[in-house]
Design a protein around this ligand. Structure first.
Ligand SMILES: O=C[C@H](O)COP(=O)(O)O
Length: 232
């Protein structure tokens, strides 16, 4: 079971440190994707890994405003988010760059949390359209990469307070599981009230959580509701 917090554009260096220190020894695997400015050499329980929300696929170089492998490696960062919908849709990150990032992270042997998910208009077209859309996001991706984790995050459920139903998550996860054997997370308005029913699904290996995870007390409550407690 993997429970991940994506801080997005939240937290300072001080509040991020307080958050990490509050985690203690969780019963499941935890990832914290924090802003670059809050990265540090944290001493944590081995089940807790710090991750990067983004990177530019170079070791170092002349890419003003970007962060490369050299900067992440200084903090021992080995888990990266790729393909998050906010980068695909708000930052207009092109598919070619997403694939380059993926290939680069594979060469670095980093853990990859690769995000896929359909927008509302595609969901409204029906499940065949959802499957076809997800296929386009899996194209060019090495689904056999051994350090791959996939996060299914329907765009319409992100930050809206309206999670996909367990039936929708189950149906979609069942389909994705026919395409890959990597651990599969769900993301999109997960909170302390719904996390147990979502991660309790047979096809769900954990959750990638945004807004409901930003306060340390709230994240600890989510971890408490994640009763399976097995460690992958
Ligand atoms: O990375 C996390 C997802 O974007 C979910 O965000 P959310 O929990 O605020 O809906």
């Amino acid at each position: 079971m993997i429970i991940a917090s994506n801080f997005k554009t939240n937290h300072t260096r001080a509040s991020a440190r307080a958050f990490v220190e509050a985690l203690g020894a969780p019963k499941c695997e935890v990832r914290v994707f924090m802003p670059f400015t809050a990265l540090d050499n944290f001493e944590t329980n081995c089940q807790i890994k710090m991750g990067a929300q983004n990177f530019y696929p170079v070791q170092s170089g002349s890419f003003t405003g970007e962060i490369g492998a050299e900067q992440l490696e200084e903090f021992g960062i080995q888990s990266v988010l790729i393909g998050h919908s906010e980068r695909r849709h708000i930052l207009q990150e092109p598919t070619t760059l997403i694939r380059q990032k993926f290939a680069f992270a594979v060469v670095k042997n980093w853990e990859i949390v690769y995000c896929i998910g359909e927008p509302k208009e595609v969901r409204e077209e029906g499940f065949e359209a959802v499957k076809a859309y997800l296929e386009t996001q899996l194209e060019g991706i090495d689904m056999a990469y051994e350090r791959l984790i996939v996060a299914y995050e329907p765009v319409w459920a992100i930050g809206t307070g309206l999670s996909a139903s367990v039936e929708q998550i189950q149906e979609t996860h069942q389909y994705i599981k026919t395409r890959l054997s990597a651990p599969l997370l769900y993301g999109g308005s997960v909170n302390a009230n719904n996390v147990a029913s979502i991660v309790g699904l047979k096809e769900c290996d954990g959750a990638l959580i945004g807004s409901a995870s930003w306060k340390k007390e709230a994240f600890l409550e989510i971890l408490n509701h994640t009763t399976q407690g097995e460690i992958r």
